[in-house]
Design a protein around this ligand. Structure first.
Ligand SMILES: [Zn+2]
Length: 326
């Protein structure tokens, strides 16, 4: 009897230890992330059913807005934001945002009721997404295509390019959870790299080094670090044979000085983390075909679109993390 008691106490303690350990906390955080992605996808699909705007376009536009700014509102799971002036028209918004849809419409606001409670609430995900989808639907009717509707809504060509790419990824994989990453050089290959962010360059005037150089032998496979769509493939005076891939976070991954491109990799191709896209070379720093002006290496750069322009940031800490994860 005493032994059984001891056992129960022992197992209770083990159980309590695991429940409070950082591993479990981390797992809980991940579950929360996944559940939120599922929740958002369900909301996009519901809005598609109501408005006929494909869910992956709604998801891509929402993702684009989430990429531009962090949502401050903790109560919301989507990032689409519609200004109060657009939402309410000339109706002064009350502090509790509980105006009826008819009243908002009467005062020239675009705000609509998406969840069926009669209230058009600009802080409610369902109302915002429904209102947004109705706006897009109207823009499609006016402009005759999804692409020109997106351009008309965001008043930016680049937004259309990025949103179309994200929509392509979401549609292809039927999920909005494409955050997995990979190190660009496969295991078992010899390579070396160090932090060279901001070093000055000899070629092309006054430029700083915007990326990380990973030195490896000619022909070493180069892999995509992310899910993404090939945005650019070809020759560039500085980068030589290079590939640019856009991911769902509006990040542009730049792979330069390649020796060759992998078969089937074209502009518009969808890639996954770990997919071979080409091989290490020493191309660049001159007209098309120039090679061997420096030791072979992969130049890897990351650029983030912030809704107005693109800025480079240091990929080194990310490479270190992805390398450990293998
Ligand atoms: Zn470089």
């Amino acid at each position: 009897m005493i032994r059984l008691h001891r056992r129960i106490i022992f197992f209770s303690l083990v159980f309590m230890f695991f429940m409070t350990s950082p591993l479990v906390t981390q797992a809980k955080e991940e579950t929360k992330e996944i559940n939120e992605a599922d929740l958002r996808q369900a909301l996009y699909q519901k809005t598609e059913a109501l408005t006929q705007v494909p869910w992956y376009y709604l998801a891509a536009m929402d993702q684009y807005e989430r990429n531009i700014r962090k949502t401050n509102d903790d109560d919301r799971i989507t990032g689409i934001q519609i200004s109060f002036e657009k939402w309410y028209g000339v109706l002064p918004p009350g502090p509790s945002h509980n105006e009826r849809e008819e009243l908002v419409t009467l005062f020239g606001g675009i705000g609509k009721d998406g969840n069926g409670d009669g209230i058009a609430d600009p802080t409610d995900d369902e109302d915002v997404l429904y209102t947004f989808a109705m706006e897009i639907q109207q823009k499609i009717a006016e402009n005759n295509s999804m692409e020109s509707a997106i351009t008309a809504y965001y008043e930016r060509e680049k937004a259309t390019t990025i949103i179309t790419q994200i929509a392509k990824l979401f549609s292809h994989y039927q999920t909005v959870d494409l955050s997995e990453r990979a190190f660009p050089i496969p295991k078992w290959n010899n390579y070396s790299y160090r932090s060279t962010w901001g070093d000055t360059r000899g070629y092309g005037g006054r430029r700083i080094h915007e990326g990380t150089d990973i030195f490896a032998g000619y022909g070493t496979p180069v892999r995509s670090t992310s899910y993404g769509v090939v945005e650019i493939k070809g020759w560039n005076r500085f980068g030589g044979w290079r590939i640019g891939i856009r991911d769902m976070y509006s990040i542009y991954h730049y792979y330069a000085h390649l020796n060759s491109f992998a078969d089937g990799i074209e502009e518009g191709s969808i890639v996954e983390p770990g997919d071979v896209i080409g091989s290490v070379g020493a191309s660049g720093y001159g007209p098309e075909g120039t090679s061997g002006k420096f030791p072979p290496h992969l130049h890897y750069g990351m650029y983030k679109d912030n809704g107005k322009n693109e800025w480079a940031y240091d990929p080194y800490p990310y490479l270190k993390r992805w390398e450990r994860q293998r």
